[in-house]
Design a binder for this molecule. Structure first.
Ligand code: FVH
Length: 295
């Protein structure tokens, strides 16, 4: 494909992420039309060759593929509700973060306006867009995904999860849940070492090494969780881990730190161990996450 045959793309929303998406598409030679509520944020993209639209409707009319990358679903509705009819016959790929239920409802809204809908989750931060580190999750119209796969691949490796519109958001939210658990641990770990004079930068290499080594635990945990057998191949039993976890809370208290980032997980470990599951693996805690399950 020559640069001039590259499909035209519209990008609605030019925050940090929308700007990175538009830049990547421009760099690959796609004609890009942009719109943002605060119009001046489009200026650097226009200098690089993007077309500025005065309204979302004008932006939608310019391309058969329309990407939305806005703060949340409230802003998506604020931008698109008046322009639903302009979407008829086009592909709308919404890369705005939201819940699976929001994605499903929005897919119905898009279908009512005759648009082919793809829901997307961006698994990258803006500087990673268009690098091998970036991957994006998609669900919804298979035909839309197949038609635009090459264009979507410019942004990062595309993963199609299925026709059910909520699947991309489901996986996005699950991945972010894992990430924020890790971020909470990282912030607490830095507080612990700094409380006794070790600078965060000095500790960071050890922390990174340890978290990388432990990341692979997800594979072993997945086997136990899918089988429901939390006794299979136990290496570090729950009773031992609950006892060790109490030392994390005690250390924070001795240092005058709040243990609130860690305390809820410690309570779950203790409850599960005290309910007779101390010889199992820590994965059995998943049973406590179902509302109304006492142990
Ligand atoms: N940046 C990141 O690290 C993450 C990576 C993974 C994916 N997320 C999601 O991407 C969506 C956009 O995030 P962002 O980083 O671009 O966010 P901001 O830089 O804060 O830009 C927000 C844009 O939304 C526009 N906006 C907000 N409210 C409204 C509204 N009521 N009506 C119209 N537009 C609205 C805002 O416009 P303006 O303030 O410039 O006028 C920006 O274009 C997001 O879902 C992340 O979760 C990013």
């Amino acid at each position: 494909m020559t640069e001039t045959d590259r499909p035209a793309v519209t990008v609605l929303g030019l925050g940090a992420m929308g700007t990175a998406l538009a830049e990547a598409l421009l760099a690959e030679g796609h004609p890009v039309t942009v719109w943002n509520r605060t119009a001046t944020r489009a200026d650097p993209l226009v200098e690089r060759g993007a077309a500025r639209a005065a309204t979302p409707g004008e932006a939608i009319a310019a391309s058969s593929l329309v990407l939305t990358c806005l703060l949340d679903y409230a802003s998506v509705h604020e931008v698109l509700d008046e322009h639903g009819d302009a979407l008829r016959g086009r592909v709308l790929a919404n890369l705005t973060n939201g819940t699976p239920a929001q994605a499903r409802r929005f897919a119905e809204w898009a279908a009512c306006h005759g648009a082919d809908y793809l829901d997307g989750g961006i698994m990258a931060v803006p500087p990673q867009i268009a690098t091998p580190e970036a991957f994006l999750l998609y669900s919804g119209s298979r035909a839309a995904f197949d038609t635009h796969r090459g264009t979507l691949a410019v942004l990062g490796e595309p993963h199609y999860l299925g026709e059910a519109a909520g699947l991309a958001a489901l996986h996005d939210i699950a991945l972010l849940s894992g990430m924020y658990g890790m971020f909470a641990g990282i912030v607490h770990a830095f507080a612990v070492v700094r409380a006794e004079g070790t600078p965060a930068a000095e500790f960071a290499p050890l922390l990174t090494r340890w978290l990388s080594a432990m990341g692979g635990w997800a594979h072993a945990a997945a086997g136990q969780i899918d089988s429901g057998d939390y006794t299979a191949g136990v290496v570090s039993n729950l009773g031992m881990q609950a006892a060790g976890f109490a030392n994390l809370i005690r250390t924070a208290e001795e240092q005058g730190l709040s243990p609130e980032l860690l305390a809820p997980f410690g309570s779950l470990l203790r409850r599960r161990a005290e309910a007779g599951h101390a010889r199992e693996d820590i994965t059995g805690v998943i049973e406590l996450l179902r509302k109304g399950n006492p142990a």
